[in-house]
Write a protein that binds this ligand. Structure first.
Ligand SMILES: *Cc1c(COP(=O)(O)O)cnc(C)c1O
Length: 356
């Protein structure tokens, strides 16, 4: 049976990525060896890193003066590494969910944190509006897509200080004005590669400005100077990331991908909004994520929640159970998910409704 992969992360990858990675596990770059067993300093692997860096720069139109890094430790390490490297006295943070809160918690270890607004009161189903970032903040940090709640900030905010953004779950789904950022980071396992690598796009001129002593491995400058080769990088996830980047380019780049992503999300939200049984948890249309669509049963149908998951599973629809903090359902529509899978989910919802 055809499977439709709606997992939130790790999540769907293109068949191009999976097939080429599988091939490289058998024989990488005609070396007669697996990519699992070759030196990260071989010229064949250096070529992989170089091409991946170049493609990130091309796809996101990264200006001069920025470095692209492939690091370990997940997005969660960036919650600490970002303030360690950029926070001198005070930083401003927008609290839009669990990931943002975790970033705030780490930042407080390094200085004053001004939480400009929080969506906590509304259980993070709304993106707070009407906040201002103090002009004396070292930077403003936000989470562009709130994977757990299905809210998203799809436009670069206008603030008077440099920005740092956790784009783990929506990078490569919209054009970004990178020049506004000192740092963009993203764990790979939502829209790029298997878990194990984090992409960082860092402004070179913003580095080495804090006074504290930073351990070598936790300094961006270390990795910038060594082109992500200070120590052994996550070789296989970087190889897979390169395949996805090539695939994105073949689709026509970020603007084309964004059009497809918008069309998929529109179709699913439309089906939910017109349903007798389901209701979207995010009601403000402008706050809705096009990557993670969260919905629940209306109260009068609440008893059918588990039945629906089982029904969907029987149709090959995988991974739509909501996050354990939120419940209900979450359909993640990352770049690699085809429209065909959205159609299958919508049809499954309609069929389930007609049976109850
Ligand atoms: C998944 C996710 C994280 C956590 O990433 P790890 O790589 O597991 O540390 C952080 N932020 C966002 C927005 C996420 O979706």
């Amino acid at each position: 049976m055809k499977k439709h992969n709606f997992y939130a992360g790790p999540s769907i990858l293109s068949q191009y990525t999976i097939k080429n990675t599988a091939d490289a596990i058998i024989d990488f770059a005609d070396m007669g060896l697996s990519i699992l067993e070759i030196s990260h300093r071989s010229k064949q692997f250096q070529a992989v890193v170089d091409e991946a860096v170049a493609l990130v720069k091309e796809l996101l139109e990264v200006p001069e003066g920025y470095s692209v890094l492939f690091l370990g430790g997940g997005a969660s390490l960036q919650f600490a590494m970002a303030p360690m490297n950029f926070l001198n006295t005070k930083a401003a943070y927008l609290d839009t969910g669990v990931w943002a809160s975790k970033a705030i918690k780490e930042a407080k270890l390094f200085g004053e944190v001004d939480v400009v607004a929080s969506g906590k009161e509304s259980k993070y189903t709304v993106i707070p509006k009407d906040w201002t970032v103090p002009a004396d903040a070292d930077y403003f940090h936000y989470t562009s897509n709130n994977t757990i709640y299905g809210t998203e900030i799809r436009k670069d905010p206008e603030v008077s200080v440099p920005m740092i953004c956790d784009m783990s779950s929506d990078i490569f789904s919209r054009p970004v004005d990178v020049s506004k950022y000192d740092l963009i980071y993203a764990g790979a396992q939502k829209n790029l590669a298997p878990s194990g690598v984090t992409i960082c796009i860092v402004k070179d001129a913003a580095l080495d400005k804090v006074k504290r002593v930073i351990p070598t491995m936790l300094k961006y400058k270390t990795h910038v100077d060594k082109g992500s080769m200070f120590n052994t990088p996550p070789v296989l996830p970087i190889f897979a990331a390169l395949q996805t980047l090539k695939y994105y380019k073949s689709l026509g780049g970020i603007r084309e991908i964004e059009k497809m992503d918008l069309a998929k999300a529109e179709k699913l939200y439309e089906a939910i909004d017109t349903s007798k049984m389901f209701v979207a948890t995010v009601q403000n249309k402008e706050d809705r994520s096009i990557m993670n669509v969260c919905f629940v049963m209306k109260p009068e149908y609440a008893e059918f929640e588990k039945d629906f998951i089982d029904f969907a599973t029987s149709k090959g629809i995988m991974g739509i159970k909501g996050h354990r903090d939120v419940g209900g359902f979450r359909a993640s529509l990352y770049n690699a998910l085809p429209m065909e899978s959205v159609d299958a989910l919508v049809e499954c919802m309609r069929e389930f409704e007609s049976l109850h």
